[in-house]
Ligand binder design. Sequence first.
Ligand code: UN1
Length: 492
Amino acid sequence: MRLRNYIDGSWQETEHATYTTVLNPADGEELAKVQLSTKEDVAYAVQKAKKAQQKWALVPAPKRADYLYEIGRLMKERKEHLAQVLTKEMGKVIEEARGEVQEGIDMAFYMAGEGRRLVGETVPSELQNKFAMSVRAPVGVVGLITPWNFPLAIATWKSFPAIVAGNTFIWKPATETPMMAYEMALIFEEVGLPNGVANIVFGSGNTVGTAMIEHPDIRVISFTGSTETGRHVAETGGRHLKKVSLEMGGKNAVIVMEDADLNLAVEGIIWSAFGTAGQRCTACSRVIVHKDIKEALEQQLLEQMTTLTIGNGLDEAVKIGPVINGKALQKISAYIEVGQKEGATLLAGGKVLKTGQFQQGYYFEPTLFTNVKWDSRLAQEEIFGPVLSLIEVDSLEEAIEVNNSVKYGLSSSIFSQDINKVFQAQRDLDTGIVYVNAGTTGAEIHLPFGGTKGTGNGHRDSGIAALDVFTEWKSIYVDFSGTLQRAQIDNN
Ligand code: UN1
């Protein structure tokens, strides 16, 4: 199967196109070949998207939303198929893949509802016989750059608000996971979304991504990926005075206080640290534990970790699938060495799995370090794999300080039965998302998703906040006095 670009409602191949292979990380099976597009392909897509946007902006928003309802309906109909393809290309276990597809379906219906809201403000004017209001106007053509770890959900967080608001988009999915984009293109086609509203250009960040960021007719770039790449996106976008919305790394922590329900905390930690093989921006990478219960927590975590079945995510019994590729395995392995050199104690895991059923895939054991120093590299840097570090503290204040000591600020969590501690924590934890008595993953689509510091640049995905990324505010004054009323002149 060869994946070609989807531009202006048709499948387009670049002349002399080059392709790269898409592999199933669970067993190395070749799934497809995907086109590596050029700057010219981007320019062509933008030209088509720009033309389409002029008409699309004039389609009443409730009518634009009708397409989203249909898209959501088809996604629901194909949920199992989409989940299977998602597991094959990304590796996450099938129940998580189903969850991700559901997140996309929810986003479709949620944003479709916005077709009948897109709420602005009406305010009284300072002057007589004058009307004042603000409306959300589309920005034009928007560029969406999405990662491989949530190849469907994150794309829906960006593309659905974009289109309901009257924009058209160019979407560059990660080259590791282009199948979801292909499946979505089939759906866009089937619901009869007007040509040029949704455009998909496959290829590398360096070529396609950069061409998108530099193109004068793309007014907004919404990017999810690493902090390193995000910084480059913001710098380049900044030179072109572009609105750039970034979702980047995380180094999320669960705080476990001495009064916590320990069983619940263990469940929450295991799920958020080792689910998706730790490859979520929201994954729990640190546990900040009160000294009184540190040993008990270690014991329980170790016991629970032995129950985690590793393998191909298509097998319903498997809890931990592969990581995305060999490069990821190398990066994770390097952090095991870093941790040991830094003097942390390796309690479990730490190895690549290479034999038997694991031979052709990319598997890493769930790993637990303890006695980790809060300021060590192991505790500060994003690993993006199933590696968890335990850090001991003496008080809630210290726990919050340790939580906030990293350069990221996506999600955090506290397990405690003490309402005063909980309220203090939710106020003082410097992250965009805070959980109480739950792990660090599982954000719902109708609230803003994003973080502080190195995680973001002030924008949010999903929720109503996403509309702020994909609209411009337009303030409109209607003077019906029939005379020239001069504002900001003292008329007294
Ligand atoms: C991500 O890891 O980039 O909150 C997205 C969660 C999911 C989304 C994660 N709903 O864990």
